[in-house]
Design a protein around this ligand. Sequence first.
Ligand SMILES: NC(=O)c1ccc[n+]([C@@H]2O[C@H](COP(=O)([O-])OP(=O)(O)OC[C@H]3O[C@@H](n4cnc5c(N)ncnc54)[C@H](OP(=O)(O)O)[C@@H]3O)[C@@H](O)[C@H]2O)c1
Length: 307
Amino acid sequence: MLTTYNEPRVLLIGASGQVGGAWQALLPAAQIVAAPSRAQLDLCQRDGLADALARLIEQTEPNLIVNAAAYTAVDRAEQEPELAFAINAHAPGVIARVAGAARIGLIHYSTDYVFDGRGHEPFTETDSVAPLSVYGRSKLAGENEVQAASAAHWIFRTSWVFGVHGQNFLKTMLRLAQSKDELRVVNDQFGAPTPASLLARLPLLLWRGLAQTEQPGWGLYHLCPSGVTSWHGYACYAIEQARQKGWPIKVQPQAIYPVTSDEFVVQATRPHNSRLATNKLAQALGMALPSWQQGVDEVLAQLEAQA
Ligand SMILES: NC(=O)c1ccc[n+]([C@@H]2O[C@H](COP(=O)([O-])OP(=O)(O)OC[C@H]3O[C@@H](n4cnc5c(N)ncnc54)[C@H](OP(=O)(O)O)[C@@H]3O)[C@@H](O)[C@H]2O)c1
């Protein structure tokens, strides 16, 4: 029941992903009361998902569902729209309706890809959406499904997620920088690389804050670090930091070439402007958001510790 907010008892969907991994790293194991694998709770199933989820809730008694699962293969989604919509739109709708019926809070994630990426200003939560890709359209449909259900929810739109768990741009760049003499990286798309840990940490702070406030402030928020860069700027920064830490970096800074998006043939169109305005979240939390460079530094340190 949605009565005590102090400590969450989380039913975590998508535990094997980047954000799911961050939630597991953040909370003591006892507070993740269920973390079903895809085999245990397949979001593709059209029938049976609601019943399976309701059973899990009855057995484990969570007070918060975190849906960190998604179909995130942005280019493949162009060929598999039905699958992308099943996982990114239909399933979140089912999850939200079950959460609403059980009076359990829901955290759901969305993306900068709901915008068309025009202009140079950060997009706010109230700006018009116009996704350019199947992935973006499926995630927007997921937002709508969650908002239409009665569950108390937060939807966090984020961008350029990276972390120690799973595969991401940062890890790819660091691997290539150790084996290649030169790299070509896009410099006409702008946004903020977001550490997966922030996508668990800040929602947890909001949850804990619920206990102290009359106005829970559920709803849609943009969540990414402060500052802005291009993929090229991001790669240069991360590779240089790794070099300074003594990683065996082969590529020289002048051999990391900036290129335009047109030079890479990909199936899904990416927004050029992925800047997200985070004033609403900063105000709700009463704190400034950390810089994207801080996130890169932290993940580099974690990767180093793992090596
Ligand atoms: N990655 C980004 O750059 C980015 C940017 C903006 C927004 N987001 C959003 O942030 C959220 C988290 O993304 P992420 O990067 O952590 O994703 P991720 O690393 O790709 O992980 C996706 C998770 O979803 C699970 N999943 C996929 N299909 C499933 C199915 N049919 N049934 C059950 N589970 C399924 C995966 O399980 P398996 O391990 O079994 O595949 C995995 O645990 C998503 O909502 C995503 O749209 C991500």
